[in-house]
Design a protein around this ligand. Structure first.
Ligand SMILES: [Zn+2]
Length: 192
């Protein structure tokens, strides 16, 4: 058993990134077989913002609730708060599988919510699951658990905000995400 209290920041980054990566992979595998392609209305609303290949391969599933990962037990046992409580999130994305949290979103999710998660689908595509986890966890721990300090998240919120205000021809969110994630020397690059 790992006691999170005994870890320094760098050890906590490694511990969380490794566990998160495995959790994302297993959640993706578990839910993908039960998930559906995006509904036609969603594809129509997001077309142009995302490429056809991305819209085609994404899967979505409504679940009654989103559960926190099993490794959170170690935080609980150490008397620590959970790093991120996923049970209150509207949705979460594991690779190319979007889970919509029925406890927060009883009906069909808005296009805006799905748009936000699609940003993560593209980020995962560029980075792979384990690098995505590392680039999420590193700034998250460094900012003392503020997920609004995570560039993967702030980019998603920025683009989502633009999408909500947008009228007229779509802008290619997908191209922007791919160039943002690839930019060297920014917090994205993390520490190697
Ligand atoms: Zn997000």
């Amino acid at each position: 058993m790992t006691d999170p209290k005994q870890l320094n920041a760098q050890q906590l980054v490694s511990y969380l990134a490794e566990n998160a990566g495995h959790w994302i992979e297993s959640q993706r595998a578990q839910h993908r077989v039960h998930a559906d392609p995006l509904p036609d209305t969603t594809v129509a609303a997001l077309s142009g913002f995302f490429g056809q290949r991305t819209l085609d391969r994404t899967r979505i599933r409504h679940v009654a609730s989103i559960e926190n990962p099993a490794f959170y037990k170690e935080f609980e046992e150490a008397g620590e708060a959970f790093p991120l409580d996923f049970t209150v999130w509207a949705a979460i994305t594991f690779g190319d599988v979007i889970l919509v949290n029925g406890a927060q979103v009883p009906g069909p999710p808005s296009h805006s919510v799905v748009f936000h998660e699609m940003v993560h689908v593209v980020q995962y595509d560029v980075l792979g699951v384990h690098e995505f986890a590392r680039r999420y966890v590193t700034p998250f721990v460094q900012s003392r658990f503020n997920y609004m300090a995570v560039p993967l998240e702030t980019d998603a919120f920025d683009l989502q905000g633009r999408f909500e205000e947008w009228s007229g021809e779509p802008f290619s969110a997908e191209e922007e995400i791919r160039s943002l994630v690839g930019e060297p020397g920014l917090p994205y690059s993390g520490s190697r």
